[in-house]
Design a protein around this ligand. Structure first.
Ligand code: 5AD
Ligand code: SF4
Length: 433
């Protein structure tokens, strides 16, 4: 009987891809098969996120649950960003954990499972050219890493300490991986990195120097590939060349993530984001002008230390001006090893909650207006998921989730759909061709 692997993935798309890499390595080297039931697993992995404090707290309660329900000889491994930042502390607090594997050490998974109480969290370990085995949760879409780590020093962010310095993956490896994914049935690739539009800044060893716009051109040359998505770009690096390539290239999906963080130039300075409110508005306006159907999503942190009512009002102003299609908003959460952890001008927690609520309500009202304008539209949807309620689900080029009644014959296909019913998060429609 094959050995069983249970894996829980928290956090961002980079973690999703890291989990896919671990699943593939463990399958190829050790014959592990996936299970969704932790009770029957021989190996339980938690791929963690440490970007905010709450998920870190949750980790230890969850570990306790796994300890209780696991088979007697099953192993537990903690991987990912919290593994990087807490390291051996995890085994101190939860001695039944068998090993700890940091976010930048994914390729060591096949070895570490045989070592007890091992902690591998080397922050400058270079996996940029490791030939991972392949596994994808779905055949229709392929996540592909284009860089590892992050060189920015945003004062709120723990990621440079968990994922280390930024290294770009050589262009040939990326194009080769995309080509294989397309040969295996994917029409869409999703390029991943902490700062994708900073691609090409540093490679490991001698490599062909290519920037992100050129990488996009090369990937879009793959025959049979129809859609390219990417995340996350940084507003600072949204130069004209990049926006023009985004606008001009028909394979690039017209959905852009522009993490604002704050609309106040003063707060942006304290965050060390490297751009001002005006630069952000200018780039968003250029995008909207060049790509009329673009949808723009963003991340916002409210109540960063020192954020005044006036600073917050500036964020609300940017919301009104850009009218984002999607907003991920968070209360500032102090993180260890960051510059802002030492800032003493914290915002009162009730004020923080009220700002978060005000911001989300404002965004919701904008979204209600935007959604209504979609009713009756005819859109192209790439179907990726068969639901068990008789619907199939997919996304438009500009990232609107659409559901229609249908069966698996549509999976992996692009169809024209008329939108008949709209809500904030999903729209319903009928296939018309
Ligand atoms: N507190 C709150 N939100 C944070 N993020 C990153 N660090 C923090 C923090 N310390 C948010 C940012 C980032 C997203 C992934 O998480 O908005 O873009
Ligand atoms: Fe992803 Fe950042 Fe969370 Fe790490 S800390 S999993 S890089 S979101």
């Amino acid at each position: 009987m094959s050995k069983k692997l249970f894996i829980e993935t928290l956090g961002c798309a980079m973690n999703v891809r890291d989990s896919e890499h671990m699943i593939a390595e463990l399958n190829a080297r050790e014959g592990y098969e996936l299970t969704t039931d932790a009770r029957e697993a021989d190996l339980i992995l938690i791929n963690t996120c440490s970007v905010r404090e709450k998920p870190v707290h949750k980790l230890f309660s969850e570990l306790g649950v796994f300890k209780r329900l696991k088979k007697a000889d099953a192993k537990i491994g903690v991987c990912g960003c919290t593994a990087s930042h807490l390291g051996k502390e995890i085994i101190k607090r939860a001695p039944y954990v068998n090993f700890v594997l940091g976010a930048r050490n994914v390729s060591k998974i096949g070895d570490i499972i045989h070592k007890d109480k091992a902690v591998e969290v080397e922050i400058d370990y270079d996996e940029s050219q490791f030939a991972f085995k392949d596994f994808r949760a779905t055949a229709y879409k392929a996540y592909i890493n284009i860089s590892i780590g992050c060189d920015k020093q945003c004062t709120f962010c723990i990621v440079p300490k968990t994922r280390g310095d930024e290294i770009s993956i050589p262009v040939d490896l990326i194009v080769g991986e995309a080509r294989r994914a397309v040969e295996n049935g994917a029409k869409e690739v999703f390029l991943l990195g902490q700062n994708v539009n900073n691609y090409g800044r540093r490679f490991s060893g001698e490599q062909e120097k290519v920037n992100f716009s050129e990488l996009l051109r090369r990937v879009s040359g793959i025959e049979g590939l129809e859609r390219i998505r990417f995340t996350s770009p940084h507003p600072l690096h949204m130069d004209d060349e990049f926006i023009e390539e985004f606008a001009r290239n028909p394979k690039i999906c017209k959905s852009m993530h522009m993490p604002l963080q704050s609309g106040s130039t003063e707060i942006l300075k304290a965050m060390k984001r490297g751009y001002s409110k005006e630069w952000f508005l200018n780039r968003a306006a250029k995008l909207r002008e060049m790509v009329p159907n673009v949808s723009i999503s963003t991340d916002i942190i409210v109540a960063f230390p020192g954020e005044s009512d006036e600073d917050f009002a500036q964020t609300m102003e940017v919301l009104s001006a850009v009218r984002f299609e999607q907003v991920f908003s968070f209360k500032y959460s102090p993180r260890p090893h960051t510059e802002a952890e030492a800032f003493t001008n914290a915002v009162d927690s009730e004020v923080a909650s009220s700002r978060l609520h005000t911001l989300q309500a404002h965004h919701d009202s904008i979204l209600d207006e935007i959604s209504l304008t979609n009713k009756g539209n005819i859109v192209e949807v790439y179907f990726e998921e068969l639901r068990n309620d008789g619907y199939i689900a997919g996304r438009t080029d500009n990232n609107i989730g659409v559901k229609v009644k249908g069966s698996e014959e549509w999976l992996g296909k692009i169809a024209r759909v008329k939108i008949t019913e709209v809500s904030r998060t999903v729209q319903y429609g009928e296939i018309i061709a």
